[in-house]
Design a binder for this molecule. Structure first.
Ligand SMILES: NC(=O)c1ccc[n+]([C@@H]2O[C@H](COP(=O)([O-])OP(=O)(O)OC[C@H]3O[C@@H](n4cnc5c(N)ncnc54)[C@H](O)[C@@H]3O)[C@@H](O)[C@H]2O)c1
Length: 369
C-alpha cells in the first residue's frame, strides 16, 4: 500500500523513533470534524498508516486530500473495503451510520473503532458486538474521558475501597447555549437524540467506568425542547444552527438504577437558563465521596471530615485524551492488549441513554434488559 498510504510523518505528528514492524492500515469512514482530529492524532502513532478516506460529501474528501495527502478516497465504504482491504476502520460518521459501517467493516475482517455514542440504539450495538466477535476482531468505542487523569484517580480510589459502597452518582453535561451549528446534531433520525446522547454520553461513560461498570436495570427520564427549534438572535458560541430541522431535545434529565442498588442521575443540555456550562460528576459512597471538577476526595480521617485534592496529576487535554484512546485501540489491534473501552461498555452506556429516552416517551420508569 506504500503508493496510496499517507505517511504519518507527513501529517505533522510528533516525530518518533522509526517504527519498522507491521503497520496498522487504517481507513477513515466519515471525514468531518472529529475525523480530522483523529488523523492528526494518528500521525503521532508510528505504527499507523492512514490508507483511505470515505465520505458522502466530496468536499470533505477534498479536504483530506489537500490537508493530509490522502489519495484513496471513496464515497461508499463498501467499495473502499473491497478495494483497499484495510486492517482497521475508524468510524467518524453521524451516530445513525455507526452501526452499518462498523458491521460491514467487521464482516470484511477489519478491526473497528467507532466514535461516541456507540450507535443510536442498544440493538445496533448488539449487532456490532456480534459482528466483531464473529470476525474475531477488535471493537473499541471512542470514549476518551475514561482516560482522563482525574477519572483514573477516582477509579484508583474506588478500587482501593476508599469510597466503600457507592450509592449515588450525579453526572452533569450542561451547556447554557451550545447547540452544534455543524453536522446533523439537531436531527433525531440521524443522531438518535440531542444533548443526552451527544454530551451526556461523555459524562455517563466516565462515571460508569469509575464506578466499576455496574449493570443498569431501570431508568426514568424527562426531555424538553423549547429553544433549539426556534430562530434566535442571542449572541452565543455557535450561532446560526439549523433550527428548522431541529427535532432533538434541549434538556434531558435521567435517573438510572443499577443492579447493586446504586443510582446515577444525569443532567444534559444543549441550552438552558443556568449560570454557566458544567462538565462534572460526583459520587457519594458510605466511606467516602469525590468530585471530578475540581478534583477532590471527601472522607473522614483521624476523627475529622477532610477534603483531599491531588498535589499533581498529568494534563487531561483534548490532544492527550484522544492520543491515549487511539493508542489503546492500536495496541489492542497489533498486540492484543486489553481494550479500555470495548463494545460491551458502549452497549451498557447505550442502554442507559436509551432507557432515559424510552422513559421520557412512556412517561414512567422503564426496565433495562
Ligand atoms: N469524542 C468526541 O469528543 C467527539 C467530538 C465530536 C464528535 N464526535 C462524534 O463523531 C461523530 C461525527 O461528528 P463530527 O463532529 O465529526 O460531525 P461532522 O458532521 O463534522 O462529520 C461527519 C462526517 O460524516 C460524513 N457522513 C455522513 N454520512 C456518511 C456515510 N453514510 N458515509 C460516509 N460518510 C458519511 C459527513 O458527510 C461528514 O463529513 C459523531 O458520532 C459524534 O458524536 C465525538
Amino acid at each position: 500500500m506504500a503508493n496510496s498510504a499517507v505517511s504519518t510523518e507527513s501529517l505533522g505528528g510528533t516525530k518518533s523513533v522509526a517504527y519498522t514492524g507491521k503497520k496498522l492500515r487504517v481507513a477513515m469512514v466519515g471525514c468531518g470534524g472529529i475525523a480530522d482530529a483523529h488523523v492528526k492524532m494518528f500521525a503521532g502513532i508510528p505504527e499507523v498508516e492512514i490508507v483511505a478516506g470515505v465520505d458522502i460529501n466530496p468536499e470533505q474528501l477534498k479536504v483530506m486530500k489537500e490537508k493530509y495527502g490522502m489519495t484513496r478516497l471513496y464515497t461508499d465504504w463498501r467499495a473502499m473495503l473491497k478495494e483497499v482491504k484495510p486492517d482497521a476502520v475508524d468510524v467518524c460518521t453521524p451516530n445513525g451510520v455507526h452501526a452499518a459501517a462498523a458491521v460491514d467493516a467487521s464482516q470484511a475482517g477489519c478491526h473497528v473503532i467507532t466514535e461516541k455514542p456507540m450507535a443510536m440504539t442498544p440493538a445496533e450495538c448488539s449487532r456490532m458486538i456480534a459482528a466483531a466477535k464473529k470476525a474475531r476482531k477488535v471493537l473499541a468505542i471512542g470514549f476518551q474521558y475514561r482516560y482522563h487523569p482525574v477519572t483514573q484517580m477516582i477509579k484508583r480510589f474506588r478500587e482501593e475501597g476508599q469510597f466503600g459502597n457507592i450509592m449515588f452518582v450525579k453526572c452533569q453535561a450542561l451547556r447554557r447555549r451550545g447547540i452544534p451549528n455543524w453536522g446533523v446534531f439537531g436531527q433525531k433520525e440521524l443522531q438518535g437524540g440531542g444533548p443526552m446522547i451527544d454530551i451526556g454520553v461523555h459524562v455517563i461513560e466516565m462515571a460508569h467506568y469509575a464506578m466499576g461498570r455496574p449493570r443498569p436495570v431501570a431508568a426514568t427520564g424527562n426531555t424538553w425542547t423549547y429553544m433549539g427549534n426556534k430562530k434566535s438572535d442571542v449572541v452565543s458560541m455557535w450561532p446560526g444552527w439549523d433550527w428548522k430541522k431541529y427535532t432533538v431535545e434541549d434538556l434531558a434529565i435521567g435517573h438510572i438504577r443499577f443492579e447493586n442498588g446504586a443510582v446515577l442521575q444525569i443532567e444534559a443540555s444543549f441550552c438552558g437558563h443556568i449560570e454557566k456550562d458544567v462538565w462534572n460528576f460526583s459520587m457519594v459512597g458510605d466511606k467516602g465521596g469525590c468530585n471530578w471538577d475540581p478534583a477532590a476526595i471527601y472522607t473522614d480521617k483521624a476523627g475529622t471530615m477532610v477534603n483531599m485534592t491531588p498535589a499533581w496529576l498529568p494534563q487531561g487535554d483534548f490532544s492527550s485524551l484522544f492520543t491515549t484512546k487511539l493508542r489503546n485501540f492500536v495496541d489492542g489491534c497489533l498486540k492484543g492488549t486489553p481494550l479500555e473501552a470495548p463494545g460491551e461498555d458502549g452497549l451498557a452506556v447505550q442502554k442507559m441513554l436509551d432507557g432515559v429516552y424510552r422513559s421520557a416517551a412512556a412517561g414512567r420508569e422503564v426496565k433495562i434488559d
